[in-house]
Design a protein around this ligand. Sequence first.
Ligand SMILES: [Zn+2]
Length: 72
Amino acid sequence: MPPKNRFWEFFEKLENNEARCRTCSKIIKTCGNTTNLKLHIAKMHNTLLEKRSSENTVHKTGAKKNQTRRHS
Ligand SMILES: [Zn+2]
């Protein structure tokens, strides 16, 4: 069994490295990976991702650097 990528939840796997979008029924060529699936979701159905990744919003804070003075 191929590893389940979360993007496959939005697509139905077809033959010849193609996938059909469950949302808009468009046929996407996968070329054996999920890059095109990712792009399609990001472009066309961005809201699908926002709903799922709502818990994963991590804001990076700039780390403060403590500068130590040199005593000569
Ligand atoms: Zn679609």
